[in-house]
Design a protein around this ligand. Structure first.
Ligand code: FES
Ligand code: MG
Length: 572
């Protein structure tokens, strides 16, 4: 038994109360009860974090994906051991999946650390799962490879391709406007999401998959492989091999996720015209390693990073097209002059080394060249001003440029309930030039910052053909949505941010050119209103359990909505 070293396999992290050999003997005997041989148990262990659940449609193919990971681990001489963590299926979580991202990150971190594994493959995919796994792995700092679910294939409806969930919204808007009837929307419903995998467009899940690859935490070329494609299984096998190889030559997440690789990931996010949620998640991941992501830095990068990828919700195509067009390799090659090339990846190669031999086909209809980009500037921009002193986010690539320089009258909804009660009221006093404002939907509000920032166009305006209006809130927006939507206003209304002080009839000015969002009121009037403001959220002592933990510790959007006590390095 003395051939076991404390660093490897079953003996890893062993708690022993004086008789180490006894502890190993006991562990081995319990492991043997699962049918393992002594030979198998002598191998280094690669944990496989499985996040499948019956409440997660995106992860429905995980059993075969995990089988392929195991094959890879065995091929490279490791022992694969699968373990569950909680699953976050985007549409089935209430009040919002974001609320549980930090919980999943804690589960992931602690299970990686507590159980005897030398490396880990993180198998995730749906929006919050990849950030949660990367946050947890960054904190545990055990060698880790991220394997993503891969995107869904599109469905078909009357000769048109359908992909969750940009087309979900498009057809729902048609239905609200009376352009299609109840029968047709029911048919569309059955055709929007037809395979395993994550949403078919460049939404949050796909953006985070690309970010994981840009950071260096996933194998090259794996972000965009469709969920049901055989290449996805080969990627799973290769991820198992890579994780097992990292045991002999450990590369820790803290060597991969660095200030430079985070900046590369930001560039990629901007070039993709990716999800607004990704800025929150990337900030949270980086924050685990003490790396800041200032919104002013996002703006500086955005000014000089072109939009290259022509996918919905910003452009035309779907993730299956992105994969066929060359995927992340093609994007990284275009961005090469802007990237830090000395960043490390899970293969042991630097990004520069990867790109030196990563030549391949590129379909310019889907991935533009840096010389002829879709947009000269990045997809996301941070806005500042007296309405958002610590910033707000606008996805300019998904917005209507005619509204970029606009002053209008505020029409305020004080909560999600108020919005639901009044937005479709035929008596609602609103015109297309007005600016819709939603308050109290930020991280500390009872709703926990849901994807409610995509306020519906009031029915009476939608029926007149109005497709876009300026909408401002402290909420988030689905990565698959589009419109002139100002999100993540920080500080949020529920903690008394200036957004809380807006009243219907006030004037608001948006200038994308100046990156400003201003409430046109005097400082005296703002102070008067601030003095009258009362906290709308239930007091902390009336909350309990995880809901209490969340409300007590969640940080604002500009700090990634992580818990303050999870940020930074340090021993867990
Ligand atoms: Fe899982 Fe969209 S619901 S990625
Ligand atoms: Mg989403």
């Amino acid at each position: 038994m003395s051939d076991d070293t404390p660093e490897h396999g079953l003996a890893r992290g062993l708690t022993n109360y004086g008789d180490r050999d006894f502890s190993i003997y006991l562990r081995r005997s319990f492991a043997a009860s699962m049918g393992y041989s002594r030979e198998a148990l002598a191998r280094p262990i690669v944990g496989i974090a499985n996040t499948a659940s019956g409440f997660n449609n995106c992860h429905r193919h995980f059993p075969e994906l995990i089988e392929a990971v195991k094959r890879g681990v065995l091929m490279a001489g490791g022992l694969p051991v699968e373990f569950p963590t909680i699953s976050l299926g985007e549409v089935f979580l209430s009040p919002t999946s974001l609320k549980f991202r930090n919980l999943m990150s804690m589960d992931t971190e602690e299970m990686i650390r507590a159980q005897p594994m030398d490396a880990v493959v993180l198998v995730g995919g749906c929006d919050k799962t990849v950030p949660a796994q990367l946050m947890g792995a960054a904190s545990a700092d055990v060698p880790a490879v991220q394997l993503v679910a891969g995107p869904m294939m599109t469905g078909r409806h009357k000769g048109e391709r359908l992909g969750a969930c940009t087309d979900c919204r498009r057809f729902w808007a048609k239905y609200r406007a009376g352009e299609i009837d109840a029968d047709e929307i029911a048919t569309v419903e059955s055709r929007l999401a037809t395979t395993a995998g994550t949403c078919a467009v460049m939404g949050t899940a796909s953006t985070m998959a690309c970010i994981a690859e840009a950071l260096g935490m996933s194998l090259p070329g794996t972000a965009a492989i469709p969920a049901v494609h055989a290449d996805r299984l080969r990627a799973a096998e290769a991820s198992g091999v890579a994780a097992a190889r990292m045991i002999a030559r450990p590369i820790r997440p803290s060597e991969i996720i660095t200030e430079k690789s985070v900046e590369n990931a930001l560039r990629v996010l901007l070039a993709l015209g990716g999800s607004t949620n990704a800025i929150i998640h990337l900030t949270a991941i980086a924050g685990r390693l003490g790396i800041e992501v200032p919104l002013a830095r996002l703006n500086a990068l955005s000014d000089e990073t072109p939009v290259l990828v022509n996918l919905k919700p910003v452009g035309e195509g779907y993730m299956e097209d992105f994969f066929a067009a060359g995927g992340m390799g093609a994007v990284l090659r275009e961005l090469r002059p802007l990237l830090h090339l000395d960043t490390m990846t899970v293969t042991g190669e630097t990004l520069g080394e990867r790109l030196a031999h990563d030549a391949g086909y590129v379909d310019r209809r889907v991935i533009a060249s840096a010389a002829e980009p879709l947009e000269p500037q990045g997809g996301l921009v941070a806005l500042f001003g007296n309405l958002a002193p610590r910033g707000a986010i606008l996805k300019r690539s998904a917005a209507d440029a005619r509204l970029f320089e606009h002053e209008g009258r505020a029409v305020v909804f004080s909560s999600l309930a108020d919005l639901a009660a009044r937005v479709d009221d035929p008596e609602l006093d609103i015109t297309p030039d007005d600016i819709m404002v939603l308050q109290n939907a930020g991280p500390e509000s009872p709703s926990g910052m849901p994807e409610a920032g995509y306020l519906p166009i009031p029915k009476k305006l939608a029926a007149r053909g109005v497709k876009d209006m300026i909408r401002i809130s402290d909420a988030r927006m689905s990565g698959t949505a589009f419109g002139t939507i100002v999100l993540h206003v920080t500080p949020e209304a529920a903690v008394g941010g200036p957004l809380a002080l807006v009243r219907t009839g006030d004037r608001i000015r948006l200038s994308v050119k100046e990156k400003r969002i201003e409430l046109l009121l005097s400082e005296e009037e703002l102070s008067r209103r601030r003095a009258e403001w009362r906290r709308p959220t239930p007091p902390l002592e009336t909350r309990r359990g995880y809901d209490w933990l969340y409300a007590a510790h969640v940080l604002q959007a500009d700090e990634g909505c992580d818990f303050a006590f999870l940020k930074g390095r340090g021993k867990g």
